[in-house]
Design a protein around this ligand. Structure first.
Ligand SMILES: CC(C)(COP(=O)(O)OP(=O)(O)OC[C@H]1O[C@@H](n2cnc3c(N)ncnc32)[C@H](O)[C@@H]1OP(=O)(O)O)[C@@H](O)C(=O)NCCC(=O)NCCS
Length: 208
């Protein structure tokens, strides 16, 4: 009964909390998976699961929610860890976009990643009725670490082996081998390959 209710809900809303057996069926039917040795903890919520691409040795913690439309593909690279309660949302505007998370990325709990915003410009209409706009794809390159509670907003690239601090809000690109903290996130450290150490950076702008 519970299972059939889930199926009905899935049909009506395209969105459902899957249990392990539902999820296995869904994977067989719909997913283009290469997820050898990967773990997805339940409950797990996904919309447009056919746009979800998960590599091998990936871990996705409890209560992750991948809120996709047909316009957004989500790629999660080999060896990546996604903490509990993460929300990844994409495809709510008119254009096709992607959210690409590279290999061996560590994403803490409660991280939010999106490529869309709500339209708000028309002051005669409630914002909830104005629809959404895709502002650009998001890329998190290989080996990054995204701290707990961080928000990664549209149209940013976080370069290879960079760190985003706890609760940071990323609105601009973060170069490779950097540590960025705060709201908006600013680079405070960079790796110097000549000196072979992390160097403190003084930055007055969130743009690096
Ligand atoms: C980003 C982080 C890794 C930096 O660590 P670090 O290299 O040791 O950095 P430091 O402690 O030398 O801090 C450098 C500067 O950034 C500031 N800073 C560090 N983390 C910050 C954060 N999350 N938010 C705001 N500012 C932060 C420090 O206050 C310091 O600035 P100051 O010298 O002007 O006071 C760490 O602070 C952090 O946020 N870790 C995330 C922890 C987490 O999410 N764990 C979950 C496990 S997945």
């Amino acid at each position: 009964m519970v299972c059939s209710l889930r199926k009905v809900l899935a049909r009506v809303s395209g969105s459902v909390l899957y249990n392990a057996s539902d999820f296995k069926k869904m994977m067989k039917a719909r997913l283009k998976f290469r997820m050898i040795n990967s773990v997805i903890q339940f409950p797990f919520r996904v919309t447009y699961a056919s746009n979800l691409h998960i590599g091998p040795n990936v871990f996705i913690g409890k209560n992750a929610w991948f809120d996709l439309s047909e316009k957004c593909h989500l790629y999660i690279g080999e060896g990546t860890h996604i903490g509990r309660f993460c929300q990844i949302s994409g495809g709510w505007g008119d254009t096709n976009t992607f959210i690409r998370i590279g290999k061996n990325v560590l994403i803490g709990e409660r991280v939010f990643i999106t490529e869309s915003d709500h339209n708000y410009e028309d002051v005669t209409q409630p914002i909830i009725k104005q629809g959404s706009v895709s502002k650009g794809s998001v890329t998190i390159e290989d080996e990054c670490w995204i701290g707990i509670g961080a928000c990664i907003l549209p149209n940013v690239t976080i370069g290879k082996h960079s760190v985003v601090g706890a609760n940071a809000v990323v609105i601009h690109d973060i170069p490779p081998y950097s540590v960025a903290v705060g709201n908006p996130a600013k680079v405070v450290k960079k790796y110097d390959f000549k000196q072979k150490k992390w160097i403190r950076v003084k930055s007055s702008s969130s743009k690096q």
